[in-house]
Design a protein around this ligand. Structure first.
Ligand SMILES: Nc1ncnc2c1ncn2[C@@H]1O[C@H](COP(=O)(O)OP(=O)(O)OP(=O)(O)O)[C@@H](O)[C@H]1O
Length: 231
């Protein structure tokens, strides 16, 4: 479970997040929506410990991790796929995946299980350089690399950005499969409302560093969310 209470974040003197509270129940998927520049990526970075957060708290399960450095948050089980994916272009697909195994003590069985079941396309590309993959394949590789570390929480920053529709569907299917297993909690920054309605249990809409609307996706008229994003 991920729980964030009254988190504030700054870049220099500028306040970016203003008392943001958000929680995701174990095994559920929440999406964070909002226009460009409202602070969504900064929120994920704050959860990961990459941005200074002078006020507020972050809990992983019931553990207060607010003061922990990024590498300890990763060790404790937060997986993070930033915008732009951050795979290593000169390393092969296999080598990129092996880098994700550090947290679980290099249990290679996980690699086979995750990659075979969830990303069959990667399985045929193990020897290719990461940089030679298409954008959609790189996104899948980045998610696979985060998953092989067996995270408790997975943070994804705009996984559908710049990706063709068929791959977006594949990514949606992967997220739903992970959800079926029930052992990973996910928080996804996403602008593509149809995707959010497809994969998320909860949504949060951010505007100017604050949450302006939130709730369950089930039963909500997507137009209500769209209106808040469009303001
Ligand atoms: N490293 C930085 N230093 C200073 N300001 C920054 C930095 N990174 C982001 N900002 C500013 O902080 C604000 C929030 O940015 P952030 O990237 O979190 O927004 P976002 O909602 O994720 O937008 P996008 O969808 O475009 O990524 C923006 O005004 C941005 O210009």
């Amino acid at each position: 479970m991920l729980k964030v209470d009254n988190l504030c974040a700054y870049y220099g003197e500028s306040i970016i997040l203003k008392d943001v509270s958000l929680s995701v129940e174990p095994g559920k998927v929440a999406c964070l929506l909002g226009r460009n520049g409202v602070g969504k990526s900064t929120f994920l970075k704050s959860v990961m410990g990459l941005v200074k957060t002078p006020k507020g708290s972050v809990y992983l399960d019931n553990d207060d991790i607010t003061k922990l450095p990024t590498y300890n948050r990763a060790r404790k089980g937060i997986g993070y796929v930033p915008q732009g994916r951050d795979i290593f272009p000169q390393l092969t697909v296999y080598e990129n995946l092996v880098l994700g195994l550090e947290r679980n003590g290099y249990k290679k069985g996980v690699l086979t299980k995750e990659v075979f079941e969830l990303f069959p396309v990667l399985n045929t590309m193990m020897k290719r350089k990461g940089g030679d993959l298409s954008g959609g394949q790189q996104q899948q590789l980045a998610i696979a690399r985060a998953l092989v570390s067996e995270p408790k929480i997975l943070l994804l920053d705009e996984p559908t950005e710049g990706i063709q529709p068929s791959i977006i569907q594949d990514i949606g299917r992967v997220i739903k499969k992970i959800k079926e297993r029930g052992n990973v909690t996910m928080l996804i920054v996403e602008q593509y409302l149809e995707f959010v309605m497809d994969v998320a249990d909860y949504f949060y809409v951010m505007d100017k560093g604050s949450i302006v609307l939130d709730g369950k996706t089930e039963g909500i008229d997507p137009q209500k969310i769209q209106e808040k994003i469009a303001i």
